[in-house]
Structures are given as C-alpha cells and as structure tokens.
Design a protein around this ligand. Structure first.
Ligand code: B12
Length: 226
C-alpha cells in the first residue's frame, strides 16, 4: 500500500511530500532537527464548512473541533511513522499544534512551509496555507523521514488582488504585502501580538477555552463552496 493511500484511509484529506532542501534556512528547533531526514510529509484534515460559515456564533463548536482535528492529525502522523519504521526507514512526527517555549510564537518547524514546498497549497495574504480544494479550511501536521519518496513542486501564490482576510480581520492584525512565495519576515503580514491577544480573549471565555478565532479562514473565497 502506498503511504498516501494509508494516510487517506486513516482520515487525512490532504497529503503531499516536500524535499526538505526547499526549506533550507528555515529556523527549526532543535537546530539539528532535519539532520537525518530528506523529506517532509504534509498531512491535512478539513474542518466542516458550517463551523466557519456560522462564525462568530459557532466559535465554541470551532473550539471543540479544533482539538478533535489536532488529535486526529497527531494520530495519523503517529501511525504513518510506525508504518515507515516497519518499512525500515526513520520517521519523526511533528505535532499539529505545539508552540515551543521560549521561541517567539514558533514551533519545531512550520507545517505551512512543508505544505507549500510539497505543492499542496500556497501561503496566502492571511499567512495561512491555502489549498485549491479546501482553501484555508484545513489543519496540518508533518512527518519527517528518510524514506525515498517522490516530492511535489512548490505552489505559486493564487491570491491575486483579493484582500478579504485583511479587510475582515477583527483584530486588524493583517497587513497587505506583495510576496510571491512567502514573506521573508512573518511580521510583514501578521501583527502576531494583535492576533494572539484576540485569541487569548476567546480562550479566556469558558464556553470556548481554546485560542481560536477563524475569521481569516471564514472569509477566504478559496474555502467557500464553489
Ligand atoms: C505559533 C502559531 C501561531 C501564532 C503565530 C502565528 C504564526 N503564523 O507564526 C498565533 C497564536 C498568532 C497563531 C494564530 C493562528 N493560527 Co497558528 N500556529 C502556530 C504554530 C504552532 C507555529 C507556527 C510557527 O512556527 N510560526 C513561525 C513563522 C515564522 O512561520 P509560519 O507562520 O508557520 O510560516 C512562515 C514560514 O512557513 C515561511 N516560509 C514558508 N516557506 C519557507 C521557506 C523558507 C526557506 C523560509 C525561511 C520561510 C518559509 O512563510 C510563512 C510566513 O512567513 C503553527 C503549527 C506549526 N508547527 O506550523 C500553527 C498554525 C500555523 N496555526 C494555524 C491556525 C489555523 C491559526 C489561526 C487561524 C487560529 C485559529 N485557529 O483561529 C490564527 C491565524 C493567524 C494567521 N492568519 O496566520 C494553522 C494554519 C493552517 C493553515 N491552513 O494554514 C497551523 C498550521 C496549525 C495546524 N496544525 O494547522 N498561530
């Protein structure tokens, strides 16, 4: 069985492979994280459209399925890693949503960087990974491996003149910036503090309890029913 077939069987809705040379220079943690690995597998699960279409009223629902999606992604990444090891290769699953302490709102590696390099989508003006099929309505995880796989080609930005995310961000945290593949600095596009404080506001609400907002996801035309 192909590893992509197994991923879809386990519940993934998006699958791709990136040659890690494509993200050479990206600040990973720890620094030698990529040493043993040649490829980055990207997996994504799609959240139900209604969760986003009914925002902001549905934010407590989004809060619950945000966690369900993370758990499913971590489960799929865990089981794919076992499959890769049984095939005699190395595999390191990276959790869907883990902020590494001490790093300014960063993690071990950027799932979006791997997904873009794999060609499953592009980095949009919301700074989110936009897929042609589901827009940004997917959550991501990654598996690093030395298993010989066929890598995809990085995807080009297809946001065009659209700025729905920027104009509708309730924290006014998004800035307009012209970039083809990805902004050299995250801060060119996203005021992290403004976004994070809005998320903290929602997380403080007992009916929600997790750092979710979702408006930049809701308004993206690529995610809306065609
Ligand atoms: C820390 C974090 C946050 C922080 C900081 C945001 C940020 N973008 O860094 C805060 C709390 C603000 C946040 C907010 C949100 N987050 Co968040 N977050 C993360 C987390 C845990 C780490 C991200 C990280 O390391 N950032 C560091 C910066 C530098 O990298 P980056 O933003 O990931 O992407 C940059 C690089 O990839 C770069 N790049 C791409 N290719 C290459 C190649 C090279 C060589 C280089 C140098 C750079 C580069 O381009 C990107 C833009 O600069 C990731 C999970 C993960 N491990 O990736 C989830 C993640 C990015 N978040 C996610 C989501 C959904 C959100 C929210 C919508 C929350 C919500 N659910 O309502 C908001 C949206 C904010 C926005 N519009 O970006 C999803 C995005 C899914 C998607 N389709 O894109 C992720 C992937 C979680 C998941 N498992 O799906 N988040």
């Amino acid at each position: 069985m192909e590893i992509s077939e197994l991923a879809f069987e386990l519940g993934a809705n998006v699958f791709g492979v990136a040659d890690l040379d494509e993200i050479k220079g990206y600040p990973v943690h720890p620094e030698n994280l990529l040493e043993d690995f040649k490829y980055g597998i990207t997996i994504g699960v799609k959240l139900p459209d209604s969760i986003f279409d009914l925002l902001p009223e549905s934010r407590s629902l989004y809060s619950r399925y945000y966690t369900v999606a993370n758990d499913l992604l971590d489960n799929i990444a865990f089981r794919l890693s076992r499959y890769i090891e049984k095939e005699g290769y190395k595999a390191l699953p990276i959790p869907a949503s883990k902020i590494v302490d001490g790093l300014y709102w960063s993690s071990h590696i950027s799932h979006k960087a791997i997904a873009r390099a794999a060609g499953v989508g592009w980095i949009g003006r919301s700074l989110l990974l936009i897929t042609p099929e589901f827009g940004p309505r997917v959550r991501l995880a990654s598996i690093l491996t030395d298993m010989p796989l066929e890598a995809g080609k990085p995807a080009k930005n297809r946001c065009g003149k659209c700025r729905e995310c920027i104009d509708n961000c309730i924290a006014k945290a998004l800035r307009f910036s012209e970039f083809e593949d990805y902004p050299k600095r995250r801060e060119e596009v996203l005021d992290v503090d403004k976004c994070a404080s809005k998320l903290r506001e929602f997380a403080a609400d007992p009916n929600k309890g997790t750092m979710v907002c979702g408006i930049c996801i809701k308004v993206c035309p690529w995610g809306k029913k065609k």
